[in-house]
Design a binder for this molecule. Structure first.
Ligand code: CO
Length: 295
């Protein structure tokens, strides 16, 4: 058997806290002034975890997107989604919505009314995946996968569990289709557990720690809750371990994609390849050509 080369760590990125939408707090490793994107990824936001009082939940009212995909993964709480195509849906814990905005949608992402009334724990992840130039103006598409349909796998001893949102892990294959090759895995490692996940060299890869603290890469560098761990492209396998002395499970996302290597011009919710395309996007939005939400 041929031995795989283990990737090393290129760096650890701390999240910044920022207010989004109508004023909800997110932790964001990127984009920020010193780190604008990680090709093909444009943004990662962790919403919460936060314990909300009754009436306290806030969301993101009507706003557009063009030129990329937004991937929402709900861990706790309930979010409601409505858009300009008349599409509406409710996201429950464990559900994933992979929205290909393409040429454009106007949508709202709000806590569900009943959840807002009662309050409760809210925790979610949003990832922005860039689209290649040839796909930026395709028709919008939704893949809404309820928690029960997200493939789950675990090691024989049960010390590692993975939810496979995109790509493949521990023999389980994702049901979500991606425009370019993407790996999106949610791993939970018990104390003392280790994983070795194949990630082809062509992929840019990072881990984001949701809870606990882990040892990453060939050099076993430490990464904690709220940190993004960037792997170099120097191997075909990434290793992650939870120390045997750890007091809690390690919960993390492992995300990887093949870089597009195309010019990125971004302006808020529009991500295109040129300034002219951004000006066009603003004009299309302002003149209602991305549609409006009809309540
Ligand atoms: Co949005």
């Amino acid at each position: 058997m041929q031995t795989q080369t283990l990737r090393t760590i290129a760096g650890i990125v701390n999240s910044v806290e920022t207010l989004e939408g109508a004023g909800f707090l997110v932790r964001r490793p990127f984009p920020k002034s010193s780190f604008s994107a990680f090709d093909p990824f444009l943004l990662l936001d962790e919403l919460g975890p936060i314990q909300l009082k009754p009436g306290q939940a806030k969301g993101a009212p009507d706003h557009p997107h063009r030129g990329f995909e937004t991937v929402s993964y709900i861990l706790d709480g309930r979010l409601e989604h409505k858009d300009s195509e008349g599409h509406a849906g409710l996201l429950n814990p464990g559900d994933v919505q992979w929205m290909t905005a393409g040429a454009g949608v106007v949508h709202s992402e709000m806590p569900e009314a009943e959840f807002t009334r009662t309050g409760g724990r809210l925790h979610g992840i949003q990832l922005w995946v860039n689209l290649p130039q040839q796909d930026k103006m395709i028709a919008p598409r939704y893949q809404e996968i309820p928690a029960a349909q997200i493939p789950v796998a675990q090691t024989e001893d049960g010390s590692v569990r993975v939810r496979v949102i995109a790509g493949e892990a521990l023999g389980a294959k994702a049901v979500i289709e991606t425009r370019t090759p993407i790996i999106y895995l949610h791993f939970t490692l018990q104390p003392g557990a280790t994983i070795a996940q194949p990630v082809p060299r062509a992929y840019n890869a990072f881990a984001y720690v949701l809870d606990g603290s882990g040892l990453f890469g060939a050099e076993q560098e430490q990464g904690e809750d709220g940190q993004m761990v960037i792997f170099t492209q120097d191997g075909e396998e990434v290793t992650i371990a939870n120390s045997a002395e750890a007091q809690q499970p390690l919960d993390l996302l492992l995300i990887a994609g093949v870089p597009l290597n195309e010019p990125v011009v971004r302006y808020g919710p529009f991500v295109m390849n040129s300034e002219a395309e951004i000006i066009q996007a603003i004009d299309d939005y302002q003149n209602g050509r991305m549609g409006r939400i009809h309540v």
